[in-house]
Design a protein around this ligand. Structure first.
Ligand code: GLU
Length: 373
C-alpha cells in the first residue's frame, strides 16, 4: 500500500487530542478548533465520510470550572466532562454550521462496545449519521463512565470506532510529529519514523511514558490504537495537529507523520471478539494445546486445559493463555466456568459422563476463536 491510496479514502476517522484543542490553562483553543473544522469540512466537501473523535471535554471543563490541575477523583472528572463536553459541542456545531455541515454528538462507554447487541446498535447509529452526511462527533461518555467501564483514552476509542465502521483511514492528530526513534525531548539526533509495517517489540519499546498532563494518552495508547487498526485493515497515521493543512496534505499522500500499515483485515465479528467484547474469564492450556491453537488452527478441546479462572457462562468471551501466562487467543466459550473445571484434562468422549450431556465437543470452536499476534 502506498500513501497515494489515501486520495481515494472514502470513510475516515480523525482523532484529535486535548493538548491540540485547549490552551495549557484548559480553555478551548478556538483558532486551533477552527483550523481543524476547516480541514474536516474540506474532506467532507470532497465527498468523503468523516467522523471526528474529539478529546478536550475534561480539559475544557477544567478551564471553565477554574481547576488548576487535571482532576483526580472520578466525580471531579465527571463534573468537568459534563461542563466541558457541552461547551466543546457548542463550538463544533457553530463552526461546522458555517460550512453548512450538520454534526451529531455520540458519547460512548466501554459497555457500548462490550455487548454485541449494543455494539451493533452503535454501528447502525453511526452508519445512519454518515448516510445523512452528518459528521458524528464522538467522545467517551466521561460524565457517566466510572473506572470499570472506562476506556480512559481516546486513542483506543478512535481505533475501536474506526474498526466499528470499517473506516479506510484513521488519523490521530496530536502534539507530536509522529513516532520517533527515541525521545526528541532528550536526544536531538532522533529521527521520525515515516512508515511502520509491523508492531515489533522494538517499536513498542519506543512508546515510553505518557505525554502531556492535559490529555491522558501518550505513545503507548497510540500504539495500542495501531494494534487494533492493523488487524482491522485500516491504515493509521499520527501527525502534528498544528501543521498547516495537515489533513488535506495527508489525504493527498504527502509524507508527513508516521503511517502504520495494516497487517490484515479480520472479519467484523472477529474484530469485536478481539477488541470490543468484555473478557469474562481465562482458560489456561498446556504447551501442546497452545501449539495446536497457534499453528494448526485447531479448536480448543477439554484435554489441553489445565486451569480455569473467572465466573463465566456459556456464550461469554474468554481469554486463552499459554503455560507462560501469555494470551494466545480470545473466543466464545461453549461451557460455563464450572463445567470447564469439571471436564478439563479429559477426553471429549468423557464429556457426557462428566456433565450428564454433551452439547459440544469443543470448549471453544475455532470459528469462534481469534488468535493474538
Ligand atoms: N475523553 C477525554 C476528554 O474528552 C479525553 C481522553 C483522552 O485524553 O484521550 O477529555
Amino acid at each position: 500500500m502506498k500513501r497515494e491510496s489515501f486520495q481515494h479514502c472514502r470513510r475516515l476517522v480523525v482523532k484529535v487530542g486535548t493538548s491540540s484543542l485547549t490552551h495549557p490553562s484548559g480553555e478551548l483553543h478556538l483558532e486551533q478548533m477552527a483550523k481543524l473544522v476547516n480541514e474536516l469540512a474540506l474532506a467532507h466537501r470532497e465527498g468523503r465520510e468523516v467522523l471526528l473523535v474529539t478529546s478536550g471535554a475534561i480539559g475544557a471543563g477544567m478551564g471553565k470550572l477554574g481547576l488548576k490541575g487535571r482532576p483526580r477523583t472520578i466525580p471531579e472528572k465527571q463534573a468537568c466532562a459534563a461542563v466541558g463536553q457541552s461547551q466543546l459541542m457548542q463550538i463544533y456545531e457553530r463552526f461546522f454550521a458555517s460550512y453548512g455541515i450538520t454534526v451529531g454528538q455520540v458519547l460512548l462507554t466501554r459497555d457500548d462496545l462490550a455487548h454485541r447487541r449494543r455494539f451493533l446498535n452503535a454501528r447502525n447509529a453511526l452508519r445512519t449519521l454518515l448516510e445523512y452526511r452528518v459528521i458524528p462527533i464522538v467522545n467517551e461518555n466521561d460524565t457517566v463512565a466510572v473506572d470499570e467501564i472506562r476506556l480512559g483514552d481516546n486513542d483506543t476509542l478512535s481505533a475501536l470506532v474506526a474498526s466499528l465502521i470499517s473506516a479506510q483511514l484513521l488519523v490521530i492528530l496530536s502534539d507530536v510529529e509522529g513516532l520517533y526513534t527515541g525521545d526528541p525531548r532528550q536526544d536531538p539526533n532522533v529521527r521520525l519514523i515515516s512508515e511502520v509495517e509491523k508492531l515489533t517489540p522494538e517499536i513498542w519499546a519506543l512508546a515510553g511514558g505518557p505525554g502531556s498532563c492535559l490529555g491522558s494518552g501518550g505513545m503507548s495508547t497510540k500504539l495500542e490504537a495501531a494494534r487494533i487498526a492493523s488487524r482491522s485493515g485500516c491504515p493509521m497515521i499520527i501527525a502534528r495537529a498544528s501543521l498547516p493543512e495537515v489533513l488535506p496534505r495527508l489525504l493527498a499522500g504527502e509524507e508527513i507523520g508516521t503511517v502504520f500499515w495494516p497487517r490484515e483485515r479480520l472479519r467484523e465479528r472477529r474484530r469485536w471478539l478481539l477488541f470490543g467484547a468484555q473478557v469474562k474469564g481465562r482458560i489456561c492450556v498446556d504447551a501442546g494445546a497452545a501449539l495446536a491453537l497457534r499453528q494448526e488452527g485447531k479448536s480448543l478441546l477439554p484435554s489441553g486445559i489445565v486451569a480455569v479462572e473467572g465466573d463465566f457462562e456459556a456464550g461469554h468471551v474468554i481469554s486463552i493463555v499459554d503455560p507462560e501466562g501469555k494470551e494466545i487467543a480470545r473466543g466464545l466459550v461453549n461451557y460455563s466456568a464450572a463445567e470447564v473445571a469439571r471436564i478439563m484434562g479429559h477426553q471429549t468422549s468423557e464429556i457426557e459422563s462428566l456433565l450428564g450431556c454433551r452439547l459440544y465437543d469443543e470448549v471453544v470452536h475455532r470459528d469462534n476463536l481469534v488468535l493474538q499476534e
